[in-house]
Design a protein around this ligand. Structure first.
Ligand code: DC
Length: 234
C-alpha cells in the first residue's frame, strides 16, 4: 500500500491553528497548500478575503476613501468562504475566485484592506473558520492579531527581487500576464502600504519562526515547515 503520511500522524496532535504571515509573494500559499495536502489541514488564504472585498467594493463603486461606506459594505456583503485544500470565495453565490488576481483587484487591495472596519469584519469571519478543526491561516496579521495564541507561527521573508521573480512566474499559472518589472513595482507598493498602515500592519509576531526564503527553493521551505509540524505533532 502507498505510504500516506496522514496515516502515521495522529491528527488530534496536529498543532492548530498554524499562522503563516509575510509580505506579498513570500511563499505563504505554497506552504498552506503543502500543509493541507500533507496532513489534511484546512487552508484559509485570508488575502483572498481582502481581494474578494475589494472586488465587491469596485463592483459597487464604493471608494476606499469612504471608510463608512466600506465598513457598511463589509458588514452586509454576501461573502461565503469555502476553505479546504484551497480557498474558494463566493459573492452572493457567485464563485469569484478566478477574478481575485485581476490587475484591478491587485492595484486596489492594499487600500481597502487598510480600513479598520473592513478588517474587523473579515477577522471575525477568519476566527470562526479557525475554530473548525486543524487549520492553517495565511496573511499579514494572523500571528499578531487574528490568532495571537496560535501554537505554531511562521513568518516568511524574501528579498523583493526573489519575490518579484516568483510572482511573475506564478502570474502565468493564474492566467495573468505580468512581467517581472511590473511584479516588482506592485510588490514594493503593496509592501509599503501593508507595513505602514495603522490597522494591523504587517509584522512578525515575537514568537514566530522567521524563515528567510530568498536563497531557498520553495520545496526547501515546504520541507522545513513540514518537519517542524511533524515534530510538534509527535
Ligand atoms: O496575500 P495576498 O497578496 O493575496 O494579499 C492581498 C492583500 O490583502 C495584501 O496586499 C494585504 C491584504 N491582507 C491583509 O491586509 N491582511 C491579511 N491577513 C491578508 C491580506
Amino acid at each position: 500500500m502507498a505510504y500516506d503520511p496522514r496515516d502515521v500522524i495522529d491528527r488530534s496532535r496536529l498543532p492548530s491553528p498554524i499562522a503563516i504571515d509575510g509580505p506579498a509573494a513570500s511563499g505563504k500559499s505554497t506552504l498552506g497548500h503543502a500543509l493541507a495536502e500533507e496532513f489534511g489541514y484546512t487552508f484559509l488564504d485570508t488575502g483572498l478575503m481582502y481581494r474578494a472585498f475589494t472586488l465587491a467594493a469596485l463592483r459597487e463603486g464604493v471608494l476606499a476613501t469612504d471608510e463608512t461606506a466600506c465598513t457598511l459594505l463589509a458588514e452586509t456583503v454576501g461573502m461565503r468562504v469555502e476553505a479546504g485544500e484551497t480557498t474558494v470565495i463566493f459573492l452572493d453565490h457567485e464563485d469569484v475566485t478566478e477574478w481575485l488576481r485581476s490587475p484591478e483587484v491587485e492595484a486596489n487591495v492594499s487600500a481597502y484592506s487598510a480600513i479598520r472596519g473592513v478588517r474587523e469584519e473579515l477577522v471575525r469571519k477568519q476566527r470562526e473558520i479557525a475554530c473548525t478543526g486543524p487549520v492553517v491561516l495565511a496573511g499579514r496579521d494572523i500571528g499578531t492579531v487574528v490568532l495571537p495564541d496560535a501554537p505554531l507561527k511562521f513568518y516568511l521573508v524574501a528579498s523583493e527581487d526573489a519575490r518579484a521573480r516568483r510572482r511573475a512566474a506564478q502570474a502565468g499559472a493564474w492566467g495573468v500576464n505580468q512581467r517581472t518589472g511590473d511584479a516588482h513595482r506592485d510588490i514594493a507598493g503593496r509592501d509599503t502600504v501593508d507595513s505602514s498602515r495603522a490597522a494591523s500592519p504587517l509584522r512578525a509576531a515575537s514568537d514566530a519562526i522567521v524563515v528567510d526564503t530568498t536563497d531557498m527553493g520553495l520545496q526547501d521551505v515546504v520541507d522545513l515547515v513540514l518537519e517542524r509540524v511533524r515534530c510538534a505533532a509527535s
